[in-house]
Design a binder for this molecule. Structure first.
Ligand SMILES: [Zn+2]
Length: 61
């Protein structure tokens, strides 16, 4: 998923991806990374297969 010219630092293109901590967007030009907590919440609520539990790592931030 791409967002063109969406970087708030340099105005460059960012792509949206996910790692084990959730979704983030990262700028190709300057490398600025922004976490996307809203999308993370959506994923946890709606994207899991029925009956399967995702282990929830303790966040120590
Ligand atoms: Zn940037």
């Amino acid at each position: 998923m791409w967002r063109f010219k969406a970087c708030r630092k340099c105005g460059g293109d960012v792509f949206i991806a996910a790692d084990e901590y959730g979704w983030y967007e990262q700028c190709l030009q300057c490398g600025l990374r922004t976490e996307l907590p809203n999308i993370t919440e959506l994923r946890n609520k709606s994207a899991l297969p029925r009956g399967q539990r995702e282990p929830v790592p303790a966040r120590t931030r």
